[in-house]
Design a protein around this ligand. Structure first.
Ligand code: SF4
Length: 309
């Protein structure tokens, strides 16, 4: 029996990543190089390298931005403090925050203005979490990362609402929400799901097709939240081996030679060429049939910031 590679979809660039990468490219075209980007525009090393070659400079500290050069905020969003600091430099600021992250920011502000204590489910130190917490004054949002954090939570406010990071594990988040609802039966939530469509679709696809795969390879960078979650989903769905790899150069094909069926997918910030390179490399030492498996088609697009249209 010939071995199989299942190429899973949806995978790769989501609408928010496409918009963010296009925003940097168009800003370089419009304003000339260099343009400065607060934090990596998206969490993928290859995307960053390519944009650096075009003239983007990625910084963490706004003091590293010279006067009068454009500053772009990454897809993960930034706090109000960062926006104010950037505006004080009196240069051009361009917001490449994914609209689905902005939606969570707006919801946080609405809850805050109505007197709610907000619980944010997310990963500490992730830039999206820092940006969301920074939409409201300190203390207005309390972060929970897991069920144990919910156990420790003490809230003296009978108005409580939760919001979440957009790129979390759907299954883990459901468990945390259940725990929150048990502890605070009156807790409220965003009218619309905060975990984004791209995260949900990629996890659902990996979960569905993991049942026919012995091993799973997720292409993505180690700092990509949604890519890491896909590795966990494959593992939790019964795959004997499930790995995150940056690109084909990090792939040891011998690690996979004993498996009859290998699933391949990628995180939301991964150019598809990297996935194809991985498949090409897998096929160099062993014969595989390649079969594409698609859970559903995506047709979401976001308009680029108005100043660049
Ligand atoms: S993963 Fe989701 S939240 Fe992040 S950029 Fe893509 S669509 Fe937006």
């Amino acid at each position: 029996m010939k071995k199989k590679i299942y190429l899973i979809a949806p995978r790769g660039f989501c609408a928010g990543v496409t918009r963010a990468v296009d925003t940097v490219t168009l800003a370089i075209e419009k304003y000339g190089a260099p343009v400065y980007v607060k934090h990596e525009i998206v969490h993928n090393k290859h995307v960053i390298d390519e944009l650096e070659q075009k003239g983007a400079i990625f910084i963490e500290d706004l003091n590293d931005v010279p006067i009068n050069r454009p500053i772009i905020f990454s897809a993960h969003g930034v706090s109000k403090k960062i926006i104010n600091e950037a505006n004080q430099k009196k240069g051009i600021t361009i917001d490449a925050t994914c609209p689905l992250v902005t939606k969570v920011h707006i919801q946080a502000l609405k809850f805050y203005n109505r007197g709610y204590q907000i619980v944010l489910i997310g990963h500490k130190n992730h830039p999206e979490v820092e940006g969301t917490m920074g939409q409201v004054p300190e203390g207005a949002i309390v972060l929970v990362e897991d069920i144990n954090d919910v156990d420790r939570l003490k809230i003296n406010n009978n108005k409580i609402a939760y919001i979440t990071q957009t790129t979390l594990s759907v299954d883990d988040t459901i468990k945390i929400i259940e725990k929150l609802k048990t502890k605070f039966p009156y807790i409220e939530c965003s009218p619309k799901e905060d975990i984004c469509y791209a995260t949900t679709n990629r996890q659902n696809a990996v979960k569905k097709f993991a049942s026919i795969c012995d091993a799973f390879i997720i292409v993505g960078s180690s700092n990509s939240s949604n890519s890491n979650r896909l590795v966990e989903v494959a593992k939790n769905s019964g795959c004997l081996k499930s790995d995150l790899i940056e690109d084909s150069t990090k792939l040891n094909i011998n690690d996979y030679k004993h498996f009859n069926s290998i699933g391949v997918s990628s995180g939301a910030s991964v150019p598809d060429i990297l996935v194809m390179d991985v498949i090409k490399k897998l096929k160099t030492n062993h014969e595989y049939d390649l079969e594409e498996k698609t859970l559903e088609d995506e047709n979401v697009t976001f308009r680029i910031p108005s100043s660049l249209r």
